[in-house]
Design a protein around this ligand. Structure first.
Ligand code: NAP
Ligand code: ZN
Ligand code: ZN
Length: 348
């Protein structure tokens, strides 16, 4: 059984997104139906809508930065009630039994987590995400948006927030640590805010100095242009941790050279092209090159609570449905300040 919801979908890799009616399952015993109020636009939505990570099942409703209000709960739901302010991020299920799920790392579920969109759900249907008026999700994958965080600025935390919070925590960003953030887009601007709130000394490495004033206002202590070759000489061996949020291929070796001995560069950016590195860039300085995928459910709640405590939301530009395609072009042109958020009441 199912019901219909107005949405926006990608129909192929080369066409603009357009209005669509998505089927949602009826609320099951442990499900929560959420009236979506805001949905952030993540660069991963664009990679998926355009089949840049492999063939996407079309049509697909993307969007995994979801904020809304609980509209209905199943009879066995214990954590949420109608009217609660909630969010959904990049996952809507996982096996819950493997060692990684049990450790709270559902994103690394050995059987593969169920993505919020373009994934196959337990019932065999393809999942559809947040560019829609409503979604039905099992309560265990729903997050609580704390008081003090408005829904529009909270939406991007569900992906951009947790994806940067998790590696910053894992690699101990904090007082006395030099943290660099590469790319000042959706993820990058949250990385700057979060690392600053954790007490680290933060440097932005952006392609140009165009966004320098913003970067410093967001909490960065320093800001440098990577187009200036001098940057790589001046900042050699400077950082304990580099968070690379860039959505395109870049010269990994040049950035590894900016790490201190035992420093780590963490890739959260997920370009469609392979990245490569010369072994000497790692050998010199016992450096590490790592990756990180979003964060677990409990950790996502911890991040939301941290953001509420520190009064941190995303810097957003709220748009209507008819501006989604234009917003995609602006994201691709690095012209996002710093997350587009769709007001889902405009979806029809
Ligand atoms: P975004 O808003 O487009 O930000 C990416 C930033 O990278 C841009 O603002 C730009 O910053 C820089 N950049 C873009 N093209 C570049 C190029 N050719 N060379 C150098 N720098 C470039 O994207 P986002 O939503 O933050 O996502 C970033 C990446 O992370 C995407 O690949 C996305 O799929 C991935 N992602 C991964 C995870 C995960 O769990 N690992 C989660 C979410 C997203 P400047 O203008 O400041 O240079
Ligand atoms: Zn995302
Ligand atoms: Zn699992």
């Amino acid at each position: 059984m199912s019901f219909q919801v107005p949405a926006y979908a990608a129909f192929s890799a080369h066409e603009p997104l357009a209005p669509y009616t998505v089927e949602r399952r009826d609320v099951g015993p442990r499900d929560v139906r959420i009236d979506i109020k805001f949905a952030g636009i993540c660069h991963s939505d664009i990679h998926t809508a355009r089949s840049e990570w492999g063939e996407t099942p079309y049509p697909v409703v993307v969007g995994h930065e979801i904020a809304g209000i609980v509209a209905e709960v199943g009879p066995e739901v214990t954590k949420y009630a109608v009217g609660d302010r909630v969010g959904v991020g990049c996952m809507v299920d996982s096996c819950r039994e493997c060692e990684n799920c049990k450790a709270g790392d559902e994103q690394y579920c050995r059987k593969g987590n169920t993505g919020t969109y373009a994934s196959t759900d337990a019932d065999g249907r393809i999942t559809h995400g947040g560019y829609a008026r409503a979604i039905v999700v099992t309560e265990d994958f729903v997050l609580r948006i704390p008081e003090g965080l408005e829904l529009d600025v909270a939406a991007p935390l569900l992906c951009a927030g947790i994806t940067t919070y998790s590696p910053l925590r894992h690699w101990n960003a904090g007082p006395g640590k030099q943290v660099a953030v590469v790319g000042l887009g959706g993820l990058g601007h949250m990385a700057v805010k979060l690392a600053h709130a954790m007490g680290a000394e933060v440097t932005v490495l952006s392609q140009s100095l165009k966004k320098q004033e913003d970067g410093l206002r967001l909490g960065a202590d320093h800001y440098h242009a990577t187009a200036d070759a001098d940057t790589f000489t001046r900042l050699h061996s400077s950082f304990d941790l580099i968070i690379n949020t860039v959505s395109a291929k870049l010269d990994v070796g040049a950035f590894l050279g900016l790490l201190k001995v035992d420093g780590t560069m963490v890739n959260v950016g997920a370009p469609d092209e392979s990245l490569s590195v010369n072994a000497f860039a790692l050998i010199n300085g016992r450096r590490s090159w790592a990756g990180s995928n979003i964060g677990g459910i409990a950790e996502t709640q911890e991040m939301l609570d941290f953001c509420a405590e520190h009064r941190l939301g995303a810097e957003i530009e709220v748009i209507g449905a008819e501006q989604i395609n234009e917003a995609y072009e602006r994201v691709l042109a690095s012209d996002v300040r710093y997350r587009f958020v769709i007001d889902t009441s405009t979806l029809g």
